[in-house]
Design a protein around this ligand. Structure first.
Ligand code: GLN
Length: 460
């Protein structure tokens, strides 16, 4: 890690100060729990890599130190009997689980308003949302309380809040990081991702958590990622600009920030070329069939018998109905209903099979562009800056469209990063780089080169 490390006490004080301002970014946070972990690693020879670094962990990632609630009443007091592989690896490397961070319930949302524990506030404007679903992690890093945090991505939930809050967010390739201990939402899409103030911090964290894991058969059989940030320029790199991500009605300030970033890419030596990903318009509808379908199956386990909340009833069906009806919030219930519908006999082919075909086309678009000699793609991360709380709550489709530039990477399984590229009206703007599967080293190097050349604080 670069930059000074803070002690557990200092970090605890910073988190407490941020929470006193009413950000509501944490679900569990306890100074003494942090202190105890700090004492445990003191002097341990294998703990030098992270050396006591305090890490925020999204509350859908299992930890021993704190409950794992998924921001849901149904898991309100749930304590996992085991911890996620990513968390074990961070602790083995000398990291400390600082707190569990607030999220949209079961990671379903784009604003962190769908939390059973109340919404997270944007660190620069309390009337706005920090993005979602990993809004608590993004807000704490942006507010300076933490240097790094873990989030999770099913359809953009690290990159979108990173863009809204003005921090770096990385979504690794599917299979780069073990999903063991990440509470399942859409299993073919889910990945743990990382937030950092800088690309270097985020990259260090990703390196530690990556690599094969016998506990997750969908984790790629690869060694730990080793991505030294050695590049000083982008000589010889071809960057594609997919026209579908720069529509005529793109927010003018976001367009200006992107244009400046494209100029910086050129100055760094990259060749920039217009490309097309023709099935981009299918990404949001395709995602919002596949993700709810998988969620409806994954969330069947919360039945009032095996996990968490139980609302006792005389017969079994009433127990299911009352427990699930009162334990899940409205967005989760909507997803379960949509998911069950698209998987039901008679509709399966019309919706689910069709969405799988669309997913194949979206993935092939990326394959074709990369095969044509393009190394990386550059796009805006989001179509708008952080929106006002409540603005999209009553219109789920408007909320879903906040993911229009981010969810394709999840469907295709490729890695992507969002980094801050400017501001408008005091609100951060995010730019996104995407790479072919397992090309994290190039992706992170390019993001690092860009970070040195673009001023994230410049107002547009
Ligand atoms: N906004 C998306 C959704 O609501 C993304 C969620 C995620 O990536 N966890 O499903």
């Amino acid at each position: 890690m670069n930059g000074p490390l803070r002690s557990a006490d200092e970090t605890a004080a910073l988190i407490a100060a941020v929470e006193d301002k009413g950000l509501n970014a944490t679900i569990s946070f306890d100074h003494t729990v942090m202190q105890r972990q700090a004492e445990e690693i003191t002097g341990r020879p294998d703990s030098t890599r992270l050396n006591g670094l305090a890490i925020g962990v999204k509350d859908n990632i299992c930890t021993i130190e704190y409950p794992t609630t998924c921001a849901s009443h149904i898991l309100q007091d749930y304590r996992s009997p085991y911890e996620a592989t990513a968390v074990s690896r961070l602790k083995d490397a000398g990291g400390i689980v600082a707190c569990k961070t607030n999220l949209d319930e079961f990671a379903m949302g784009s604003s962190t308003e769908h939390s059973a524990f109340g919404r997270v506030r944007h660190p620069h404007d309390p009337d706005r949302v920090p993005g979602g679903s990993s809004g608590g992690s993004a807000a704490l890093v942006a507010a300076g309380a933490l240097r790094v945090a873990l989030g999770s991505e099913t359809g953009g939930s690290v990159r979108q809040p990173a863009a809204f809050c003005g921090v770096v967010g990385v979504k690794p390739s599917y299979g780069r990081v073990s999903r063991y201990g990440l509470v399942a939402f859409g299993s073919s899409l889910d990945q743990i991702g990382v937030f950092g103030k800088t690309v270097a911090d985020a990259a260090s964290l990703l390196e530690v958590i990556s690599g094969r894991d016998a506990n997750d058969s969908t984790c790629a059989d690869l060694d730990q990622l080793d991505a030294p940030l050695e590049r000083q320029d982008l000589d010889g790199i071809v960057i594609g600009l997919p026209s579908e991500y720069f529509p005529d009605d793109l927010d003018p300030a976001i367009r200006v920030a992107c244009d400046r970033t494209i100029a910086a890419l050129r100055q760094a030596g990259a060749r920039v070329r217009a490309v097309s990903l023709p099935h981009t318009s299918l990404a949001v509808p395709c995602y919002y069939v596949i993700a709810p379908a998988e969620a409806s199956a994954n969330l069947a386990r919360y039945d009032g018998v095996r996990y968490g909340l139980r609302v006792p009833q005389d017969d079994l069906h009433a127990l299911y109905r009352e427990t699930r009806g009162s334990g899940f919030g409205p967005e989760v219930r909507r997803r379960i209903i949509v998911g069950t519908y698209v998987l039901s006999s008679g509709y399966y082919e019309a919706y689910y099979t069709k969405a799988q075909h669309a997913r194949g086309r979206i993935a092939r678009d990326f394959d074709d562009v990369y095969a044509s000699g393009v190394d990386l793609l550059f796009t805006p991360t989001t179509p708008t800056t952080a929106f006002r709380a409540g603005e999209k709550l009553r219109d789920p489709v408007a909320m879903y469209l906040a993911d229009v530039f981010v969810c394709s990477a999840n469907l295709a399984g490729i890695p992507a990063v969002s980094l801050p590229i400017g501001r408008t009206g005091g609100l951060p703007i995010g730019g996104q780089l995407m790479a072919p599967a397992y090309e994290e080293e190039l992706l992170l190097n390019a993001a690092h080169v860009l970070e040195e050349r673009v001023d994230p604080m410049e107002e547009i």
